[in-house]
Design a protein. Structure first.
Length: 128
């Protein structure tokens, strides 16, 4: 099991109070995927909706999740979202010490550490 708590982690983005939640873990994430708009990922493709200045849907009511980078363990789930402008599945292997994460079924909220470069963790990119 991974390390809990985020008191000593400096995050890549400003986060709301009590974020990440207390049950978030610092663990290795293997075979996780992020939706990207192109086949050449950049650091901007790993920003949260909050960092991009997007307004959360009223139904969400969770600023912390809005401030996370969404990942999935199921690349097929990205096909449902491929009607969006983001049409490439970026496969990642994120080492422990890269940030905090919380898994909910196939979805993972990931709060990236300021010292973690996700581009170095890209294993492959495939069109969805």
């Amino acid at each position: 099991m991974g390390r809990r708590g985020s008191a000593q982690v400096k995050f890549a983005e400003p986060l709301p109070n009590a974020c990440p939640p207390g049950d978030a873990l610092d663990i290795e994430l293997e075979n996780v995927f992020r939706l990207a708009p192109g086949n050449s990922p950049s650091i901007d493709h790993f920003l949260s909706h909050a960092a991009l200045g997007k307004v959360p849907p009223k139904a969400l009511n969770d600023e912390c999740r809005w401030a996370s980078c969404s990942l999935t363990t199921d690349p097929k789930a990205l096909k449902k979202l491929s009607k969006l402008k983001h049409r490439f599945a970026v496969k990642l292997r994120i080492p422990a010490g890269s940030g905090m994460s919380k898994r909910n079924n196939i979805h993972i909220d990931f709060w990236r550490s300021s010292i973690f470069d996700p581009i170095k963790s890209v294993e492959s990119v495939e069109e969805v």
